[in-house]
Ligand binder design. Structure first.
Ligand SMILES: [Zn+2]
Ligand SMILES: [Zn+2]
Length: 318
């Protein structure tokens, strides 16, 4: 879907014959946060930001890579947000959930070296990261971790770069956003050796069962669920969500990837987080339909509490 074709807040699923079905968005009784989005990778970020505003998304953590992205893209976000604010009033005429007037979401950013890029994390990259952690828009170090599925960087290099970034996060007083794929034992061991950051640890895009999750939850980690929790065969992920204490449960997209059902296969924007939030409500409030609003408010407060934190010592320049 591109903004040239549609300039509204409706969700559409493409059919084989090239036409579109309109998919009704969940009507959520509270605001939602997207704690993990690479929106600068979209062809028209302001379109997604405007649609997110219409859907009640009020907070977004953008993810930037210190080896792959030009970090000045943070300034572009200010521009895209202003453009989105202009687009929103035109969109709301076709919007379903317009209880309070839509407002463009607030952005904060996590910056780090993704394990895929660990081989490129040289002294210059580390210096860029240290510098940007002083920027008050930056609220976390991430995504960092280990990815043994793709092995795009040698594993020993991934481990070393992960370790260095955990240390930087702790010095800066910032939380870490973890990307861990087929490497949970090593990632957990490294964090245990280094010490889990006091400012918080967020395990992003959790897509495994409850057994793996237990030790992370016991360590006090926050856990973010995205598209995978909505996938049809992912009962184990939904069971895992049920063991996370409510005050550490988060919603995310990983846009432009991981589009939730029923739009799987389409390009993902932050607005799609409402489908993930609705699925968590369905699963976790099955016995208490009146608890939906409380759960949504709690998940939103968790996101803001963890990622829209007051300035750290580094950011104050002390
Ligand atoms: Zn990731
Ligand atoms: Zn990501």
């Amino acid at each position: 879907m591109t903004s040239e074709q549609f300039d509204d807040a409706l969700f559409r699923r493409k059919r084989k014959n090239g036409t579109y079905d309109v998919i009704e968005a969940p009507d959520l009784p509270a605001f939602v946060a997207d704690t993990h989005a690479h929106l600068h990778m979209l062809e028209d970020p302001s379109f997604s930001i405007a649609r997110a505003a219409c859907c009640g998304v009020r907070f977004i953590e953008g993810i930037l890579d210190v080896c792959e992205d030009d970090l000045s893209v943070m300034d572009e976000f200010a521009l895209w947000t202003r453009q989105a604010a202009v687009r929103v009033p035109r969109m709301v005429t076709v919007m379903y959930c317009c209880k309070p007037a839509p407002r463009v979401p607030k952005f904060r950013f996590a910056v780090g070296c993704h394990p895929h890029n660990a081989k490129d994390f040289d002294e210059a990259a580390e210096a860029r990261l240290i510098e940007v952690l002083h920027d008050p828009r930056v609220s976390a170090v991430g995504e960092i971790g280990l990815d043994y599925h793709y092995d795009l960087s040698p594993r020993d290099v991934q481990r070393e770069v992960f370790r260095r970034q955990i240390r930087l996060a702790k010095e800066a007083g910032l939380p870490v956003v973890l990307h861990v794929r087929e490497a949970h034992d090593d990632a957990f061991a490294i964090l245990s050796e280094e010490g889990f950051p006091e400012a918080g640890t967020l395990l992003h895009c959790y897509n495994l069962g409850a057994d793996e999750l237990r030790r992370w939850v016991d360590e006090g980690c926050f856990v973010a669920f995205g598209g995978p929790v909505t996938f049809k065969k992912a009962d184990d992920v939904r069971e895992a969500a049920a063991i996370v204490p409510r005050d550490r449960l988060l919603t995310e997209t990983d846009a432009p990837y991981m589009t939730p059902e029923p739009l799987r296969g389409m390009k993902c924007g932050s607005e799609h987080v409402v489908f993930t939030a609705a699925k968590l409500v369905e699963v976790l409030c099955a016995d208490d339909p009146f608890g939906a609003e409380d759960l949504l408010k709690q998940m939103y407060d968790n996101a803001v509490g963890l990622l829209d934190r007051p300035l750290t010592v580094w950011q104050k320049g002390e």
